[in-house]
Design a protein around this ligand. Structure first.
Ligand SMILES: Nc1nc2c(ncn2[C@@H]2O[C@H](COP(=O)(O)OP(=O)(O)OP(=O)(O)O)[C@@H](O)[C@H]2O)c(=O)[nH]1
Ligand SMILES: [Mg+2]
Length: 293
């Protein structure tokens, strides 16, 4: 058998987590239209009879403004260590700019094999995109440039084939039935955060975290109490919404996804708590699981 570690890197919102979920056929990493959705490195393991590929999804690289950003950056840096291949994901639906080319160029001296993945080709045209790829073609250290759509799956199999042809290890790192390193509790908290990101506007979603306070499971049902943590008193009424409509919407959408995940009936209660400026407080961040290893 062949195996290896593949890290997915790129700016926020380029579709890294969408790609991971598409490759696995399982939702291991949350997705939203807002940047800075992913906060942790997340393993997703593709098991096939002859192959085990361990993908690592990462937060999108962005400017550091607080301690949470610093944590996210350290997750990116850790995810680059000791891997065989890096997928550098670029949003092909927008004009590829100087910083995208520089991002790829910065891997010229890296030990890992470099594959450039141009995502969102469903949202552009061949004529617009291809002239912009010439510069990547001239970067000799780039193993391959693969235009894909993580959303509809176009060329994703081709990408997997290129990865397979470049695996060098023959160690089986994980049992066949494991597809992520994250716990159910983590995935539940992420689902709730995903719905908050989806429904809430402006700056509020970025200051949100989810704390699973109670998780009780029997053969028929799961009872979950979770706190939605926000960083300012003024955000609380917005998350609750008029007559509690917003939190109800977040709760209902979350419950449906959690039921799909656990395969049992779910009773979910959400509460809103304020922890002042928690994104700059190490203790609060530790309590929420944003702990540097
Ligand atoms: N049209 C189109 N949209 C896509 C594609 N892949 C992802 N998206 C959308 O792009 C947005 C961001 O997707 P994510 O997967 O959350 O992006 P990400 O790179 O993981 O973002 P961060 O975690 O914030 O770094 C979502 O609205 C996705 O639905 C694609 O192939 N085509
Ligand atoms: Mg992501």
């Amino acid at each position: 058998m062949k195996s290896g570690f593949v890290t997915i890197l790129g700016k926020p919102n380029v579709g890294k987590s969408t790609l991971l979920n598409k490759i696995l056929g399982e939702k291991v990493s949350i997705v939203s239209p807002k940047p800075q959705t992913t906060r942790n490195k997340i393993l997703g393991i593709l098991n096939e009879p002859e192959y085990q590929i361990i993908f690592i999804d990462t937060p999108g690289k962005h400017n550091i403004k607080n301690k949470l950003d610093k944590y996210m950056d350290s997750e990116i840096e850790q995810a680059k260590q000791d891997v065989d291949i890096v997928l550098l994901v670029i949003d092909g639906s927008k004009k590829i700019n100087e910083s995208d080319y520089e991002f790829v160029e910065s891997f010229e001296k890296s030990k890992q094999k470099v594959i450039v993945v141009i995502n969102k080709i469903d949202d552009t045209t061949f004529e617009k995109l291809y002239p912009q790829l010439v510069r990547f073609n001239n970067m000799k250290f780039v193993l391959d440039i693969i235009p894909i759509s993580a959303k509809n799956g176009k060329n994703v199999d081709e990408l997997i084939n290129v990865i397979k042809n470049n695996l060098t290890s023959d160690i089986k790192y994980f049992d066949d039935d494991i597809f992520t390193d994250k716990s159910i509790r983590f995935m539940v908290s992420e689902i709730i955060r995903e719905k908050a990101l989806l429904y809430l506007q402006d700056e509020i979603p970025h200051g949100i975290a989810v704390d699973i306070v109670e998780f009780k499971e029997d053969s028929k049902k799961v009872i979950i109490d979770a706190d939605i943590i926000c960083e300012r008193e003024a955000h609380k009424p917005i998350i609750l919404g008029c007559n509690g409509e917003m939190i109800k919407k977040i709760g209902t959408a979350s419950r449906i996804d959690i039921e799909n995940l656990v395969g049992l009936k779910v009773y979910l209660s959400l509460f809103v708590k304020v922890r002042d400026n928690w994104r700059n407080n190490f203790n609060q961040m530790n309590n929420l699981g944003y702990t540097e290893e």
